[in-house]
Design a protein around this ligand. Structure first.
Ligand SMILES: [Zn+2]
Length: 89
């Protein structure tokens, strides 16, 4: 019958049980969009907390940035059409 050559140290033995007490993380659902999130955290998907909008999400920031850029580009193009550049004269 095979027998272990050496005694397993306390550290090695106890490290086996180190993960025993870990429980699965409690999860809550967003009241606004229904996505899964940690309890007492603002929803990263929609920026709501307890059904109230409290934060601007990354996606919303990106959308707003794109809109402002587009508006600026349109303004520049309109200015170029009305005012010819001094080099062209
Ligand atoms: Zn949400």
């Amino acid at each position: 019958m095979p027998v272990p050559k050496r005694k397993r140290s306390r550290a090695r033995r106890d490290s086996r049980f180190a993960n025993k007490g870990i429980k699965a993380k409690a999860l809550a659902t967003c009241r606004n969009c229904g996505s899964t999130l940690e309890p007492h955290q603002v929803c990263a998907q929609c920026g709501h907390y307890k059904g109230v909008k409290v934060m601007v999400t990354k996606l919303e920031r990106m959308i707003k940035r794109g809109q402002t850029r587009k508006a600026q580009q349109e303004k520049m193009q309109a200015r170029q059409k009305t005012e010819p550049t001094p080099a062209a004269e």
